[in-house]
Design a protein around this ligand. Sequence first.
Ligand code: CAA
Length: 261
Amino acid sequence: MQNKFIKTDTKNKTSILTISRPEALNALNLEVLNEIECSLYEISLNRDICAVVITGDGEKAFVAGADIKEMANMSPIEAAKFAQKGHDILRLIRKMPQPVIAAVNGYALGGGFEMALACDIIYASQNAKFGFPEVTLGIIPGFGGTQNLSRLVGEKIANELIFTGNMIPAEKAKSLSIINEVFDSKAQLLEMALKTAEKISSNSPIAVALAKDAILNGINLPLNEAYHYESKVFGNLFSTQDQKEGMTAFIEKRKANFKGI
Ligand code: CAA
C-alpha cells in the first residue's frame, strides 16, 4: 500500500515511522490512523526489525490530536468506531514484539498524547507539550487517555490534566514520570531514540519481546499471579537458542550472536 501520511525508514534494525501531515500539525484522521495501523502491523511481522521509533514530521508537533474537522460531524456510532480504531492501534503497539519508542517533538495533544502513552518508552524534546484539551471541545479523551494516564500516574494527576485541559511542558511530564527523558533539540531527540533502539536491537529479540509481554500482561494481575506468569515466561525462554547462545557467550567471554529463535 502506498502511504500518503506515513513515512517509514529503516536504520540498522529499527523502523522509523514518521507521521507526516504538517499542514494539520499531524492530526489523526481516519486515513492517517489506517496507515499507521497497516504500517505497524507490517513491522510487527518483520523479524529483521527489533525496535520502532514513532515521531512527527516538522518542528511543531508530534501529533496535535485527532482531527477535529473530521470529528465535528460524526454521528455517535461513527465517533465510537473512531475511538475503537484508536484503541486497535494502542493494542497493536502493546502487542507487537518490538519495543516502540515515541520521540515527541512539539505538541502531543489528545490522540497524540494517547498514542505516545501506548508506546513502551517516551522521549521528548524541550519544546514538547503534553495535554488533553478534549473537554474544551465538549468531549473526553477517546484513544485510551482516561485509562492509561490514570493507570500510569494515578487518578489525581490524571484528573487535573483531563479536567482542566491544561498543557504541560516536557520537563513537567518528566517530573511526573509520564515520560522517560527530555533532550535539547529535535535532532538530539531522534539521535537518542535511535541509540536506545540500537541498544535494544543488540539484545535477544525474543527475550526483549517476552520481557515486554511479561510487563504488560503482569501489570494488571494480582502480584502472585503476575509472579506465576513471569516464571512461565522465564521458563519458556530456556527452550530458545537465544538463551543457549547468550549464556554460552558469557561463559566463553565473547559477544552473543542472537537469532531471535
Ligand atoms: N485537528 C484538525 N486540525 C488541526 C488540529 C486538530 N487536532 N490541530 C491543529 N490543526 C490545524 C489547524 O486547524 C490549522 O489548520 P488551518 O491553517 O487550515 O486553520 C493548522 O493545523 C495549524 O494549527 P494552528 O494554526 O491552530 O497552530 P497554532 O500554533 O496556533 O496552535 C495548537 C497549535 C495549540 C496545537 C492548536 O492547533 C490546537 O489547539 N489544536 C487542537 C488541539 C486539540 O484540541 N487536540 C485534541 C483533539 S480531540 C482528540 O484528540 C480526541 C481523542 O482523544 C481521540
